[in-house]
Design a protein around this ligand. Sequence first.
Ligand code: ZN
Length: 417
Amino acid sequence: MECSLRFLGGCGEVGRSAVLIDDDILLDYGIKPGESSNHPAQYPLNGINPQTIIISHGHLDHCGLVPNITDIRPDIYATPITRHLTSFLAKDTLAIARRAGHVPPFYAQDINEFTRCARITDYRDPFECSGYNAELYDAGHIPGSASVLLESESGIRIFYTGDVNLADTRLLNGSEPQPKADIMIVESTYYGTDHAPRKELEQEFVDSIRETIDRGGNAIIPCFAIGRTQEILMILHKHGLHPYVDGMGVDVFKRFAQYPEYLRDSDALQRAFDNATIVKPRARSRVLRNSIIVTTAGMLNGGPALYYINRTHDDRFSKILLTGYQVEGTNGYHALNHRRMTVGKRVLHLRIAVEQYDFSAHSGDCELKKVVRRFCDLGGEIVFTMHGDRTEEFAAWAREHEVDATAPANGERFMIE
Ligand SMILES: [Zn+2]
C-alpha cells in the first residue's frame, strides 16, 4: 500500500500552510498575511475535492482559507476553540477585504456554512475519515491547537505537528508527548534559534516597562490577538503592573474563557483581565498618560496600536515593546530595523524607543531537534520539514540522524510505498 503527500503551501516559508494526503484529506488551508500572492499553490482547489479537512489551530496561516472550500461539502474537523477562532478570523478577513475594496476569498454564507458543518473533535478522541483513523494531540501552541495523527488501513502512520510548543507558558501547558509514526511533517519556524529562558525574558521585559513608566513615558506593547495578548496580561499581573488593554485580544479572551479546560489556569487568566482596564475606542484619547497599553496588531500592520504610536512616535521617553517575531516588510519590522513606519499615507520617523522580546509560542531549535530525535527513537523513517525559512538546513540536520528527510517545495508531491 502507498500514500501520497502533496504540499500546497507553507514550504520554505511561514504562511499559507496546506498539506494534502491522498488527494482526499487536507491538513490546514491557510493564508499568508501581508503578501499579494498569499494563497496556497492550489487556490482555488481546482479539480481537487478533499472529503476531509482537519484544522490544526486557529491562526490565519493555518485556517484562513477554509471557508473558501465549504462548497465542496467536506467533513471539517477542529477542536471547539479552533472552530470558534476560524469563523472569528474569517469574519475579520471579510471585513478587511470589504473595507479595502478587494474581492474577498469567501462570503458570509460560506462562514455560516463552515460553522454549521465543522465537526467538533477533542484531543485524543479518535475519528474515521477518508480511510484513515485520525486523532488530535495537544500541540501546546495556542488554546485548542493540535497535532494530527493519521493511520491508514494498512497501518501507515503520518504525524503532522502543526505549530508546536514543547515548553510551558503561563497560558498553556507544553505539548503532550508525540506518538509513534512512520512519516512526520514537522514545523521548522525557529530552527537554528533558541529562545531565552522564559523567566529571565519576563524579568527583562518587566524591568524595561518599569523604567519607561519611571521616566514619565508610555509603554506600548503590541501583541497578537490570539494567545500573546492573554499571555502578556498574565505576565504583567504576576509582576504587579496594571495595564490598559485595547483591540481584538479582548474578544479572543472572551472566547478562551468559554473553554477553561483548554487553558493551563483559567482563573489566573480571568484575574489577569480583571487586573487590566479595557479601553473603549471613544476613550483612547484619555489613555496616553504615563500608561502601559497592551494592544493589537502584533506586527503593527493595523489595529489600535497605530492610534497610540501615531501620537507617541516623537516622544523619546516612551517605548514600543514588540512581543514577537516581525515578518519582513511589516511595520513592526521597519520600526525595529529602520526606525520608521507607515500609518495611512504618513511615514512616521520614530523617536520613541523600540525593543523586541521573544515571547514565542513555538518550539525553539533544541525542542524541534528533540521532536525529530524522539520520532527516530520511536522507529520513524521519513521526515518532511516545512513552515520556516530554514527547512533545508533542518532536513540536512535530520539526515545526519539516519532518517530520510526532505524540505519539500510548494506544489511538490511525494508517493510513499
Ligand atoms: Zn500558529
